[in-house]
Design a protein around this ligand. Structure first.
Ligand code: NDP
Ligand code: 2IT
Length: 456
């Protein structure tokens, strides 16, 4: 069968090109959404050849259209008394495997296409966990940076005043993402509870431990990322111990990835935020990093001011720092072809995406051609949403589990996802192709459930 290639991206099988053309036509200007769809479609050629009924039943076209998209005005008043207007989104993408599940992102760059790309990825990620969760994503172009707690609270209350009517523990269950952590989930939950007059703990995940949150949820995405990277290393006869690791970002995912890498004997030599990066040959001091980022909410340059072994670099690229293992944990398209080429030259062995779609298609191609092990976000970072599903289980049974028990469940889930991805890739004659294995396995689970439910 013939294929076509874009300039740097993957090749979409001839049989699916009309699907992609239609996605481009119907969703103009939504480049991140196009990129996420193209990446999945490029894996599905061999799958539809083996299961032609997916094509006949138009399952892929259906999955390219969200079940529901909600866009709303979020007016609020800042500390100076000025009215501010933001835009809120919730894309309820697919509910065949369970209630819509996925985070909320508050960042000035958020557009409908951003939320759609994240929601699309979330469907397959959630399917890979094997837990009963559908896919969704939401957020706003609100920028929490520099805002007081009171401003963030008023924004969250206004956001929830519209969103609450679309949520429910059996309907749609949001959580955190960029710019949304424990503080924001608290304000959002408080407003939901107030409007509905229901203590419906299972309507949001990432809650505080004193009011229905799960132990290990805060750590789960970062820990899960490293559990997955460790599985990749073991499978290839490598190890994280004794190796240099670069982790981009210094938010929730990055901090707990750094913590777990350090516990497993790796040395994290650099991390970043949007103002630049720090290099610390002695290994990142986690207590200091947590204090600066989680408590004081300061910029990463502050770390170098307080740690003599570190230097701050405010230009260039964190991926110039030599390492054997790269964990991009900041944002989409943060690691491009040029950065990938530098990393390969510097002796990179493994890339595992803690963020959603952080590597550009060109970067992924460079890694794969160089024989670098590449783990895609929808498999690697699934530990966060998986532990959200464990939080929902605890809420449904009005129970709380210990940290150790929850963390062991997380490690087992990451092990199972790795097995599933590797065996699917082998089954299709593509050993070691984690991108293919994740897409084919996640898609098949969703497609089979859709077909069982008829034309939905
Ligand atoms: P946080 O808001 O806690 O941290 C984000 C980090 O990335 C910050 O250091 C931030 O720097 C940096 N960053 C964000 N946007 C940009 C940008 N445009 N350019 C440069 N740096 C940027 O978010 P999370 O850690 O929760 O999320 C990080 C990634 O992980 C995202 O891709 C998210 O979708 C993904 N993810 C998150 C999960 C979760 O459970 N939280 C689960 C699975 C995936 P600054 O503060 O300067 O903006
Ligand atoms: O991208 C993601 O998987 C998340 N932001 C976590 C979603 C969740 O519902 O825990």
């Amino acid at each position: 069968m013939t294929t076509a290639t874009t300039s740097t991206g993957p090749a979409i099988d001839q049989s699916l090109q009309h699907v992609y053309a239609e996605v481009l036509r119907r969703n103009p200007g939504e480049h991140e959404f196009h990129q996420a769809v193209e990446e999945v479609l490029a894996s599905l050629g061999p799958v539809v050849r083996r299961h032609p009924h997916y094509l006949a039943e138009r399952v892929i076209e259906r999955l390219c259209e969200p079940e529901r998209q909600i866009i709303f005005r979020v007016p609020w008043t800042d500390d100076a008394g000025q009215v501010q207007i933001n835009r809120g989104f919730r894309v309820e993408y697919s509910s065949v495997l369970g209630p819509y599940k996925g985070g909320l992102r508050f960042h000035p760059s958020v557009l409908l296409g951003t939320v759609k790309f994240l929601g699309f990825e979330q469907i397959f990620k959630n399917a890979l966990t094997g837990l009963p969760i559908g896919g969704g994503k939401g957020g706003s172009d609100f920028d929490p940076k520099g805002r007081s707690d009171a401003e963030v609270m008023r924004f969250c209350q206004s956001f929830m005043t519209e969103l609450y009517r679309h949520l429910g523990e059996y309907t749609d269950v949001p959580a955190g993402d960029i710019g949304v952590g424990g503080r924001e989930i608290g304000y959002l939950f408080g407003q939901y509870k107030r409007i509905t007059n229901r203590y419906e703990a299972g309507v949001l995940t990432g809650k505080g431990l004193a009011w229905g949150g799960s132990r290990a949820r805060k750590e789960a995405t970062g820990y899960g990322t490293v559990y997955f990277a460790n599985e990749m290393a073991r499978h290839a006869g490598l190890s994280l111990a004794g190796h240099d690791v670069v982790v981009s970002g210094s938010g929730n995912v990055a901090i707990y990835a750094i913590e777990k890498v350090t516990e497993l004997g790796g040395r994290v030599v650099a991390c970043s935020d949007s103002s630049g990066y720090v290099v610390d040959e002695r290994g990142i001091d986690l207590d200091l990093l947590k204090d600066i980022k989680e408590v004081r909410r300061e910029r990463i340059g502050q770390y170098a001011k307080e740690r003599t072994s570190a230097r701050f670099v405010d230009r260039g690229c964190i991926w110039d720092v030599p390492c054997e293992i790269a964990l991009p944990c900041a944002t989409q398209n943060e690691l491009d072809e040029e950065a990938a080429t530098t990393l390969v030259k510097n002796g990179l062995d493994i890339v595992a995406e803690g963020a959603n779609m952080p590597c550009t298609p060109g970067a992924v191609r460079v890694f794969q051609e160089a024989g670098v092990l590449f783990g895609p976000g929808k498999a690697v970072n699934a530990g966060g949403v998986a532990t959200s599903a464990l939080e929902m289980q605890q809420n449904a049974s009005r129970d709380t589990w210990t940290f150790e028990y929850t963390d062991n469940r997380l490690a087992a889930i990451m092990h199972n996802i790795h097995e599933r991805v590797v065996s699917t890739a082998e089954d299709y004659g593509r050993p070691g192709d984690y991108v293919f294995g994740a897409n084919a396995s996640g898609f098949t689970a969703v497609a089979d459930a859709m077909l069982a439910m008829g034309v939905i």
